[in-house]
Design a protein around this ligand. Structure first.
Ligand code: CTP
Length: 400
């Protein structure tokens, strides 16, 4: 549809960036980025009349997002020569606008375009050896100022290298080290750093990304107290096992991975040093407090759990001990206190106990003639306890 529209408007339309990269890599990608050699906003609006959806335009950048009814986003950018004033070294007049658009991107693997106009549909536009780099597995920048222009690309290079198990090219590696020497990370806002870190936390090989960030001295450059010691590595290794295990439970609730990873990463850091790190990452007070509270809560829970385990308390006590701890805390708990039976109990809690709901409520107690009051809560909890312990007994019976 986009290609047809392009033809009727007399403009070239391209799919670009991650979408094209992931088609060639055979990996799924649901974000579509379009570049139009013409007015991107007008194009997005016209496209919406054909395929539906809402358009949000950013006139300053001449871009638009088309949000489809199924929730998918199509980003539409305008490729225009006068838009790019640099890099000055380039003989701009000789470049087509799509070439300029691709040239200002981060890595060759992200600088591929596919023509969408009918007659040319599917034609690859590869000015910078992107296909070769995709084949040989190299992360390579397009020009030597790339990391200075945008230091978040240092974190992106590491993320893509780990995601696709590519290596960072020799010259690109030198440019990263060079940018690090120029202390470019300190020029980044906390929000941009946190945004990049959060993207890393969504990856499959988080720990390897963090190791690489440490080796390039990016972690310490974000904040001197942000380290990755062997002890932290061990905890993060355990955390990855736990997160993979949780995924296989196919439960509805998804953990906020940034929180779990931050808890682990900040585990060895003294309490009074946490806030300054949060500030560097520009976390809101609310986020920082949540992190600190969760850390306390998890440690307290581990302490109570040990006591419960030693005295072999009833299962309902385990339920009451864990019920207030958010999922992120539970997963961090499992990684931190990785005794063999911890996983057994927490798994039982997550899969069987956590979702338990009573069939009776306060209204039922009222019908029984009980005066409403705080006793209601107590009674309901006693019933819940007997259901949990009864269920457990029943399960044991079935087992033996
Ligand atoms: N881009 C860039 N420099 C950045 C961020 C993004 O050049 N600092 C370009 C890249 O060409 C990238 C495109 O903008 O392909 C879209 O960015 P984004 O959506 O962040 O990346 P994707 O490549 O789609 O990666 P992901 O698969 O992680 O979404």
């Amino acid at each position: 549809e986009a290609g047809e529209l392009g033809r009727s408007l007399g403009t070239q339309v391209y799919a670009v960036g991650g979408f094209v990269r992931d088609i060639l890599m055979n990996t799924p990608n649901t974000d579509l980025d379009l570049v139009v050699e013409g007015d991107g906003i007008v194009f997005a609006r016209k496209l919406a009349t054909v395929i539906g959806g809402r358009v949000r335009a950013h006139h300053k950048f001449q871009t638009a997002v088309l949000i489809l009814e199924n929730g998918l986003h199509i980003d539409v950018a305008t490729a225009r020569l006068e838009y790019y004033e640099y890099p000055a070294a380039l003989p701009t007049v000789e470049l087509s606008s799509i070439k300029m658009d691709l040239y200002r991107r981060d890595f060759t693997i992200n600088a591929l375009a596919v023509k969408l106009n009918p007659g040319q549909l599917g034609q690859l536009v590869d000015f910078f050896g992107s296909q070769k780099d995709l084949k040989s597995g190299v992360i390579r920048v397009l020009h030597s100022l790339s990391f200075v222009e945008d230091p978040t690309r240092i974190l992106r290079a590491i993320r893509f290298a780990q995601r696709y198990q590519f290596r960072i090219g020799g010259q690109t590696d030198r440019l990263i080290r060079n940018a690090m020497q120029l202390d470019m990370i300190s020029k980044l806002s906390g929000s941009r750093i946190f945004h990049e870190l959060s993207s890393i936390f969504e990856e499959e090989h988080v720990l390897d990304c963090l190791r690489s960030l440490r080796d390039y001295k990016v972690l310490e450059s974000i904040h001197p107290l942000l380290t990755l010691t062997p002890v932290q590595e061990e905890l993060l290794e355990e955390l990855e096992v736990v997160l993979d295990w949780y995924k296989l439970l196919y439960l509805k609730e998804e953990p906020r991975r940034a929180i779990v990873y931050l808890l682990a990463l900040l585990n060895g850091v003294a309490e009074n040093k946490i806030l300054p790190i949060c500030e560097r990452l520009n976390l809101t007070n609310r986020q920082a407090n949540e992190l600190l509270t969760l850390r306390h809560h998890t440690n307290k829970t581990i302490y109570s759990f040990k006591k419960w385990r030693n005295r072999r308390g009833p299962l309902s006590d385990l339920y009451f001990l864990l019920e207030e701890l958010p999922l992120e805390g539970l997963l961090f708990f499992m990684a931190k206190f990785n005794k063999e039976d911890t996983r057994k109990y927490l798994s039982q809690y997550l899969t069987q106990l956590r979702g338990i709901e009573l069939d009776i409520s306060g209204t039922d107690l009222q019908h029984l003639g009980l005066e409403p009051g705080p006793r209601y809560g107590e009674i309901l909890r006693k019933i819940l306890a007997s259901v949990i312990d009864g269920e457990a007994a029943c399960r044991d019976d079935q087992l033996f």
